[in-house]
Design a binder for this molecule. Structure first.
Ligand code: FES
Length: 128
């Protein structure tokens, strides 16, 4: 058994030991923050392949981390697990169920590019 320092057991390391790049001090450009749940139940419902679809579609449209684009992040459980895969869009306060690649493509095109929420994918009804 190897000895570990108390600070390593707690998962915290000295600031100068943390990997860093200059760009990690900047908040990425974006208009909307999209969080795809990759918690355990959403992953079981197919969330991980949706991440690749979302990212690809946004890259093709040049909408990743641009002033009129999206900060795409993964989250842990957002709580309405039974309704997943769950994806949220802020500041629009839209909660979506994105069930497949076609839903993900529609969401990118209609909401994240054209700016119109996709009513039939919304979990929280029509958002004003
Ligand atoms: S695991 Fe996705 S909402 Fe709970």
């Amino acid at each position: 058994m190897t000895a570990t320092t108390p600070k390593r057991r707690r998962g915290r390391v000295a600031e100068d030991e943390i990997q860093s790049k200059p760009e990690w001090s900047q908040i990425p450009e974006h208009t909307r923050h999209v969080m795809l749940c990759t918690g355990p139940r959403c992953v079981q419902r197919g969330a991980l392949p949706l991440w690749k679809v979302l990212r690809r579609e946004l890259l093709v449209a040049n909408r990743i981390e641009t002033t009129d684009g999206v900060l795409l992040t993964r989250s842990h459980c957002q709580f309405p697990c039974n309704l997943g895969p769950v994806l949220t869009v802020y500041p629009d306060r839209c909660w979506y169920r994105v069930a497949n690649a076609e839903d993900a493509q529609r969401l990118v095109r209609e909401h994240l590019i054209e700016g119109q929420p996709v009513p039939d994918l919304l979990l929280n009804g029509q958002v004003s």
